[in-house]
Design a protein around this ligand. Sequence first.
Ligand SMILES: Cc1cc2nc3c(=O)[nH]c(=O)nc-3n(C[C@H](O)[C@H](O)[C@H](O)COP(=O)(O)O)c2cc1C
Length: 257
Amino acid sequence: MSKVNIFKPVEQKSRSAAPAPPTDSAAFHAVVDSRRSVRVYADDPIPESVMEACMDAALKAPNSSNLQTWEIHHVVDAAKKAALVEACLSQPAAGTAPELLVFVGRPDLWRRNNQWMLEAFDRAGTVPESAYQYYRKITPLVYDQGAFGWRTPFKWWITRWRGLRKPIPREPIGKWGMRIWAHKSTALACAQFMLAMRAHGFDTCPMEGMDSARVKRLLGLPRQAVVTMVISAGKRAEGGVYGAQQRFDRKHFIHRH
Ligand SMILES: Cc1cc2nc3c(=O)[nH]c(=O)nc-3n(C[C@H](O)[C@H](O)[C@H](O)COP(=O)(O)O)c2cc1C
């Protein structure tokens, strides 16, 4: 097999010729500007088709290595919902919401999804060798932390040593690094879900004010799973948003270099 440089652009025949579709920036900003965290919901239900469309939108979020190590647990069972509200410390954003979802990162499932990717490539039949190499060589190197994390100290030292001379990807290192890694992509799915809800005229509230151990037990999740956030959804009640949106001056956060 010839040596393939996965960081070189793929050959022309493997690229999409489709032009970027036109978009409506005003509609997008109307969605962004009207999204607020809602603490009190009206009783209006959300149509199932809207829930499905918004969850599908969430799953289209960009994600690391396209390994999609996330899950959305839509809690519809009344008893489980009540238990989830309790695990969310009975806060009104959970208690008054017609819909509750838990967004979960699954760093433990990277290998399964990596295999799915290779199988999808086989089915497509037109995938360049560099893509195969990425999922056969690079992802195991980057994401495999070894049983009980035995590779962690080696990765840490090798990364520091090799990084002295040239740029290298440094994260994720260790089991905690993998958790952060999964949280990043899952959080993007959360954002995409909340914006999709708003685009359909509904509202949301992200919550990390919850007992993640209880949430995991309720959903039957393994130890390695990470609860990125619980998101409630519904139609905002009158007065369901607390005050005007408050943001600090953008000069503190946007830096030009
Ligand atoms: C990760 C995360 C956790 C949050 N947890 C809670 C929560 O537990 N309860 C709550 O009422 N709001 C929660 N929020 C909502 C924030 O308080 C809210 O986004 C922030 O005050 C800005 O208001 P806005 O979303 O209306 O712009 C959370 C938001 C994020 C992103």
